[in-house]
Design a protein around this ligand. Sequence first.
Ligand SMILES: Nc1ncnc2c1ncn2[C@@H]1O[C@H](COP(=O)(O)OP(=O)(O)OP(=O)(O)O)[C@@H](O)[C@H]1O
Ligand SMILES: [Mg+2]
Length: 259
Amino acid sequence: MDQTNKGRLSVERIGFRYPGGQAVFQDFSFHAEPGEFVALLGPSGCGKSTLLNLLAGFHAPTHGTVLLDGAPVTPEMPQLGYVFQSPHLFPWLTARENVRFGLRMANDAHAAAQRARAQRYLDLVGLGAAGDRLPHELSGGMQQRVAIARALAMEPGLLLMDEPFSALDAITRASLNEELLRIWSTLGQTIVFITHDIDEAVFLADRVIVLGTAPRGIQAELEIDLPRPRTFHAARQLPRFGEYAATLMEHVASAMEAA
Ligand SMILES: Nc1ncnc2c1ncn2[C@@H]1O[C@H](COP(=O)(O)OP(=O)(O)OP(=O)(O)O)[C@@H](O)[C@H]1O
Ligand SMILES: [Mg+2]
């Protein structure tokens, strides 16, 4: 799949508030280049999930624009994929049919071609043999991989992920982190990834953004210049890994103090 120049995200001076609430964003701007992996950190309640919902077009900004490849975002855009904190699978559909679901809705290709594509993405997340299983027959980590395959099967130029691995044990999380990087290096989507875990942000991202307490916007931004491909253990051995993590820890702490 050629993703060149797809997944360019431009957030231009947006504002947003929930009905009756304080402003969560005021004149907030943010950009991601095609194929860039951006991680978002920040104190609880600072607006990370709200931002992702604005990027997905689930919320409309009160002013300003969110553009994906030059067009205002809408949730129906086929070039947009979303992975939530919990997998949200349909319990009555097999893993393969869950992955195929979006393709059916988009009426994309014939049934046999849709199944073949669903199978390809299950293979990609290491679940090639589990296609006929129902969600309750899968572990939490496997279910989350099905949710990732479902988002990837639509071949989105922009993948939005809201703490997708936070409910998983450390070992599963580490292996899914590596798997996500492997898939991303193959498909080359733009990824915006929310996490509370500083090490996870450093390990995954090209750039980490720390959001301050609403509506202050971006508290700090850090380019992560670590070699790729990255593996969980080798990356953590690099002195720069610890330096990046320490710097981000300070920024997150000062964002919390300002809360
Ligand atoms: N549906 C809603 N209605 C009203 N206010 C909301 C709603 N959802 C979130 N908020 C408020 O908007 C602010 C930002 O919330 P948001 O969920 O984006 O934070 P977050 O950074 O994702 O936090 P966490 O790290 O805990 O997930 C908070 O003050 C929250 O109380
Ligand atoms: Mg959140």
